[in-house]
Design a protein around this ligand. Structure first.
Ligand code: NAP
Ligand code: ZN
Ligand code: ZN
Length: 348
C-alpha cells in the first residue's frame, strides 16, 4: 500500500480538511505518479457539495493532475520512471463498447469511471482524485505531458482544456466563423484561447465588465456584457457557435437568441437546475443546442500535443492546499483569473 496525504470533504456542508489514505500497490499496467500540480475545477465544487446528487464521501476531489512518474508496473509500455504524466477526468471505462473502441471512452456505454467520486470497475474501490500527493492509474488512461510548457499552467488542460477543445473541434470551428464564449472562468478562458487559435472571430459574453481587458489580451475581438440589454440586442442572431460554460443556473433562451442561421450552442457548463429553453428561440434561425463532456484519451493527447506546439496553457493562480476552501468561495464569486492550481508541495 502507498500512504498518501490529501485533502478530503466528508459531507456536502463540510469544508475540505487534511486526510490520509492508501493508494494501491501498482498492478502490472499501472503507473504511479507523484502529483506536482492539480487544477481546481468548478466540477470539484459541485461534487464536493453534492450539487449533482449521489456524491460519495470521503471525497478527495481533483481531476486536472500533472506530475512525474515514480514507478511503473512490469507490463507498462507507454511510461517509465521520471516521465511527466497527466491524469484527467476519467481513469477507466469498459474498453469494449463502440465508443471505447473508437477512443471516446468519455461516452462509454457503461459509463466512464471518474477520477474521483466514483467506484472503480470492481464496484467497490473508491477512486480518489488529485488533491493528493500521488495517484496510481492504468497507463491507458494516463497522458504524456511535454517538458516544454510551464507545468502548473498545463494542469488545467486535463479538464478545462479538453472540455473546450473537443466540442470546438467537433463543430469545426475555424476561419470565417463567429464564436461566442459565454463566461470567462476556467473553461471559458481555455475555450477563448482555442477558438482564437483555430482562426475564428471570437467574442466573450460575460457578466463581469472587469474581465474585458483580459478577454482582449487573450484574443477576443469583441466583449459583450450580458447584463446590458442594448448590447445583447446588437448581437442578436450574430454567432455561428456559442460555447456556454456557465456554472450557475440561467435561462438558455437569453443566449440562444444570439445564434444566427443554423447556429449551435454547445453546453459544457453543468448548473444544478434545468434551464429554460423556449421552443420559438430554437425554431428561429434553425438553431440547435448540444452538450459535450470532456474528451476521450486520444483526443486529450492530441490537445496536449497541440498546446505544446502552439504554446497554449492556462492562466493560473497557484495556491497551497491549505487555501482550498477560500479558493472555492472565490470561484463562486467568479473571482478567479482564471484557474486555481494547487501546488502539492504544500502537502509533503
Ligand atoms: P468557473 O471557473 O467558476 O467559471 C464559470 C463562469 O461562469 C464564471 O467565471 C462566470 O463568468 C460565469 N458565471 C458564474 N456565475 C454566473 C451567474 N450567476 N450568471 C452568469 N454567469 C455566471 O467554472 P469552470 O470550472 O469553468 O466550470 C464551468 C462549468 O462547467 C461548471 O458547471 C462545471 O461543472 C462544468 N464542467 C463541465 C465539463 C464537461 O465535461 N462538460 C467539464 C468541466 C467542467 P463571467 O464572470 O465571465 O460571467
Ligand atoms: Zn473538471
Ligand atoms: Zn465502454
Amino acid at each position: 500500500m502507498l500512504p498518501t496525504n490529501a485533502y478530503a470533504t466528508h459531507g456536502p456542508k463540510e469544508k475540505l480538511v487534511p486526510f490520509s489514505f492508501d493508494r494501491r500497490d501498482p498492478r502490472p499496467h499501472d503507473v504511479v505518479i507523484e502529483i506536482m500540480y492539480c487544477g481546481v475545477c468548478h466540477s470539484d465544487l459541485h461534487q464536493a457539495r453534492d450539487e449533482w446528487g449521489g456524491s460519495i464521501y470521503p471525497m478527495v476531489p481533483g481531476h486536472e493532475i500533472v506530475g512525474r512518474v515514480t514507478r511503473v508496473g512490469q507490463e507498462v509500455k507507454k511510461f517509465k520512471a521520471g516521465d511527466l504524466a497527466g491524469v484527467g477526468v476519467l481513469i477507466d471505462s469498459c474498453r469494449k463498447c463502440k465508443p471505447c473502441l473508437d477512443g471516446l471512452e468519455n461516452y462509454c456505454v457503461e459509463g466512464m469511471t471518474g477520477t474521483y467520486n466514483a467506484y472503480e470497475r470492481d464496484g467497490k474501490s473508491l477512486a480518489q482524485g488529485g488533491y493528493s500527493t500521488q495517484i496510481v492509474t492504468d497507463e491507458n488512461y494516463v497522458l504524456h505531458v511535454s517538458e516544454k510548457l510551464d507545468l502548473k499552467a498545463v494542469a488545467p488542460l486535463l479538464c478545462a482544456g479538453i472540455t473546450t477543445y473537443s466540442p470546438l473541434r467537433y463543430v469545426g470551428v475555424g476561419p470565417g466563423m463567429k464564436v461566442g464564449v459565454i463566461g470567462l472562468g476556467g473553461l471559458g478562458h481555455m475555450g477563448l484561447k482555442f477558438a482564437v487559435s483555430f482562426g475564428a472571430e471570437v467574442s466573450l459574453i460575460t457578466t463581469s465588465a472587469s474581465k474585458e481587458a483580459d478577454a482582449r489580451r487573450l484574443g477576443a475581438h469583441h466583449v459583450v456584457l450580458s447584463t446590458d440589454k442594448a448590447m445583447m440586442k446588437k448581437y442578436d442572431s450574430y454567432f455561428d457557435v456559442l460555447l456556454n460554460t456557465l456554472s450557475a443556473n440561467h435561462s438558455y433562451t437569453t443566449y440562444l437568441k444570439l445564434l444566427g442561421l443554423n447556429g449551435t450552442m454547445i453546453n459544457v457548463g453543468l448548473p444544478t437546475a434545468a434551464g429554460e429553453v423556449q421552443p420559438f428561440a430554437l425554431l428561429k434561425n434553425r438553431r440547435s443546442i448540444m452538450g459535450s463532456g470532456v474528451g476521450g484519451i486520444k483526443e486529450t493527447q492530441e490537445m496536449l500535443d497541440y498546446c505544446a506546439e502552439k504554446n497554449i496553457v492556462a492562466d493560473v493562480e497557484v495556491i497551497p492546499m491549505q487555501q482550498i476552501n477560500e479558493a472555492y468561495e472565490r470561484m463562486l464569486k467568479s473571482d478567479v483569473r482564471y484557474r486555481f492550481v494547487i501546488d502539492l508541495k504544500s502537502l509533503k
